[in-house]
Design a protein around this ligand. Structure first.
Ligand code: MF3
Ligand code: CO
Ligand code: CO
Length: 260
């Protein structure tokens, strides 16, 4: 049984063992999907690659059928912010930037992690700045994921990096608790909120996930597929996400791998 405090989930040591494993497998699949992503593939093919790798772990996709989501993973290209669906008619180009977001569900626990990368062509300085700022913001947020701090301390650190890099900080989607369910309380916004939010306690697991745009922060949801989120101004977007365990000491990044 996990004690559910008013607005947070604190996991038991037994749950944390299972969450660690789900997160580690998710990170392994993330890095293998990123390694296999190539210009010339369709995003549907990349989704199939991910589906096979997830099956090899012995787990299943935490996203497939989640509120009816139709893909194994989310693949968001260029101006797509999050929740892009693999398509057989979308061939990846060397100039594209691709964000992949995925989760492995196994033994009653689940992972959630994302990263953004280019497919080989040199990127414009604005896009390099975007990707670097998003990853830096994630790491700055993680550094504040310490017991005794408040959720807003994480938000503040993420927002500060985004502001300094002069990128659009997406407000319509937020990070979240994660571990047994894909989305658990609390919400973890990427901007400072009027309330400081819950205090961080050992045993909480947070998915911290800045989404930044080269242009404005405004986003739209595809009216046909109901999922794909795009920037309102057509500018490019980047997304990085780690799961972090709050401990008595340093934050433990559960989705850490050599490559990210
Ligand atoms: N991975 C997303 C997140 O970071 C959620 C995806 S839900 C899906 O919270 F249904 F689109 F897969
Ligand atoms: Co995610
Ligand atoms: Co998430």
């Amino acid at each position: 049984m996990r004690p559910v405090r008013r607005n947070v989930v604190v996991h038991t040591p037994e749950e944390i063992v299972r969450i660690r494993r789900a997160a580690r497998l998710t990170a392994q699949v993330r890095d293998e999907v990123a390694r296999q992503a190539r210009a010339g593939m369709t995003t549907w093919e990349l989704d199939q690659v991910a589906g096979a790798l997830i099956a090899e772990t012995g787990g299943r996709s935490a996203f497939l059928n989640y509120h009816g989501y139709p893909g194994n993973i989310c693949i968001s290209v260029n101006d797509e912010v999050v929740h892009g669906i693999g398509r057989p008619d979308r061939v990846l180009l060397p100039t594209d930037i691709v964000s992949i977001d995925l989760g492995v569900q196994i033994d009653g626990a689940c992972g959630d992690t994302a990263l953004t990368f280019g497919l080989g062509a040199p990127l414009p300085a604005a896009t390099e700045n975007l990707i670097r700022a998003t990853q830096d913001a994630l790491m700055a947020g993680i550094a504040r994921a310490v017991a005794g701090n408040y959720v807003r301390d994480i938000s503040q650190a993420v927002e500060a990096v985004g502001r300094k890099a002069k990128v659009g900080i997406v407000r319509d989607f937020v990070g979240h608790g994660c571990g047994i369910k894909l989305h658990e309380p609390p919400e973890v916004p990427n901007y400072v909120t009027p309330v400081r939010g819950p205090q961080l306690l050992p045993g909480m697991v947070l998915a911290i996930e800045p989404m930044f745009n080269e242009g404005t922060c405004q986003v739209t949801v595809d009216r046909v597929d109901g999922w794909t989120v795009r920037t309102g101004d057509g500018s490019r977007s980047a997304h990085f996400e780690h799961m972090v365990l709050i401990t008595d000491n340093e934050p433990e990044i559960l989705t850490w791998q050599k490559t990210m």
